[in-house]
Design a protein around this ligand. Structure first.
Ligand SMILES: Cc1ncc(COP(=O)(O)O)c(C=O)c1O
Length: 458
């Protein structure tokens, strides 16, 4: 073992032991691919505000924040109280209940396209359902998606988010699924237009309005506007996947921030306040596909079927309502944005001061770090800004070894990120949290430079 691995392991004996047990009980040893780490994942015991503590007593400034679900931070007292109150009356009835309606009304008030709302249990279920709705409403079947954009793990969307984008996304997806998919790079409006013209069987265009992977690959808002116009012109439905951006980029999501209203949007994460939950929200005329009319033929053959034992269960609805009320007044988003802006600026200063080829960027309460590891580009660049790119393959193509070492070193120094080299902030992150994280970032990039994994500016 290297010194780093040995030190990491020495400070986490309980985590190592738990990982051994997990290897014998959990398929793949973890519950989510991104949690896998060597020599062992971190196992968390508790979180409060912007920090969390593992079972070995190590504390982390947390920028994973429940995979982006916790805009208010860990164990927010109002959210915990709302969940406890709802759970004490019964965790689940299988019937609808008043909190369900109140939750939908809040979503309706905040999200521009949300004339109607249908709840699911996760973001993956939300994109699955949105695609079904779009197919039902248009009578067409194919889906246009963009290389690099992430929409969950179900068959229809698992190809195309991780480079190389033309390779299969997972084993186990039937070959015919590819026939239903058209995947192109984002950012080129002519290409969108040509693709829609050449494929009249496209039901919907789905995209992350932040750009791929919550803005890791930024997009131009003018392009978003163009896609809105191009889809409207051809009767193709536009689906915004706002699973990350909803209630984070603004109280009304990216659609409100950028002034571009889709036909349907997918919501989850912040919407459910750290509990399981998701939703599709959309135009009433489209969401009518669920309506029952009482006509047996219509109700059996001419509507979209949707079940889900735990859809909008009371504790999720209660947590969601508590968070959305705080989102609505703007203060939570402003505080989280402020923490991210401070972090991006401080970390970018670190790279500048240390002369490392790379940059820190992001919107709202997100950050991403890009390290330029192509010696040709660093040599040609005379200013750091010359390194800037919007190429999905490059921004999502940093080496697996660099990312693993970055994450390991950041965790060793007391910071947990969301995925790759990026993360999200919450309203509870204090200036002291950002300062502590900046010290960890500086130690990390110096060590990565010494290892030769990141490059000095030529
Ligand atoms: C943009 C986007 N869509 C969909 C999903 C899937 O959501 P879930 O993990 O709740 O299934 C995610 C999850 O990270 C996401 O980031």
């Amino acid at each position: 073992m290297t010194d780093l691995l040995a030190e990491y392991a020495a400070r986490r004996p309980k985590s190592l032991a738990l990982f051994e047990r997990a290897r014998r009980s959990l398929a793949g040893a973890v519950g989510h691919d991104l949690r896998y780490a060597l020599p062992a994942p971190i196992y968390i015991e508790r979180g409060q505000g912007g920090r969390k503590r593992d079972i070995d007593g190590n504390e982390y400034v947390d920028f994973l924040m429940g995979n982006g679900a916790l805009l208010l931070g860990h164990a927010d007292p109002e959210v915990v109280e709302a969940i406890a109150r709802a759970a004490s009356l019964g965790t689940h009835f299988g019937n609808d209940h008043p909190l369900h309606i109140e939750w939908a009304e809040l979503v309706q008030t905040l999200i521009p396209c949300a004339e109607r709302v249908r709840f699911t249990n996760s973001g993956t279920e939300a994109t699955l359902l949105a695609i079904r709705i779009a197919r039902a409403a248009t009578g067409r079947s194919r889906l246009l998606r963009f290389a690099g954009h992430f929409h969950g793990w179900h068959d229809d969307v698992v190809h195309g988010f991780h480079p190389p984008f033309d390779a299969d996304g997972s084993l186990g997806v039937p070959p015919h699924v590819r026939e239903g998919l058209v995947t192109i790079p984002d950012g080129n409006l002519n290409l969108v237009d040509e693709t829609l013209a050449a494929n009249p069987d496209i039901a919907a265009v789905i995209l992350e309005p932040s750009g791929a992977s919550w803005g890791r690959v930024p997009i131009d808002v003018e392009w978003l506007r163009g896609v809105r116009e191009a889809t409207a012109r051809r009767g193709v439905l536009l689906i915004f996947d706002e699973v990350v951006t909803g209630f984070r980029f603004s109280a009304g999501g990216a659609q409100k921030l950028y002034g571009v209203t889709p036909d349907l949007c997918c919501l989850a994460k912040v919407m459910a306040g750290g509990m399981p939950g998701g939703a599709v929200a959309g135009r009433e005329a489209v969401m009518r596909v669920f309506d029952m009319t009482g006509d047996p033929h219509h109700d059996r053959h001419q509507r979209v079927v949707h079940f889900g034992t735990f859809n909008a269960a009371p504790p999720s609805a209660a947590a969601g309502i508590a968070v959305l009320r705080r989102v609505a007044d703007g203060t939570a988003i402003a505080a989280a944005n402020d923490a991210a802006a401070r972090l991006r600026s401080a970390w970018d200063d670190v790279l500048e001061r240390r002369g490392i080829a790379g940059y820190v960027y992001g919107s709202a309460s997100t950050y991403h770090v890009y390290f330029e590891t192509d010696p040709g580009r660093v040599r040609e660049a005379n200013r750091r800004s010359d390194l800037h790119t919007t190429e999905a393959g490059r921004l999502k193509g940093m080496s697996g070894r660099l990312i693993a070492r970055y994450q390991l070193r950041m965790r060793s120094a007391g910071v947990d990120n969301m995925s790759s080299t990026g993360g999200v902030t919450c309203a509870a992150h204090s200036p002291a949290d950002v300062e502590a994280a900046t010290i960890a970032f500086e130690q990390t990039v110096i060590a990565l430079r010494d290892e030769g994994l990141v490059l000095p500016l030529a």
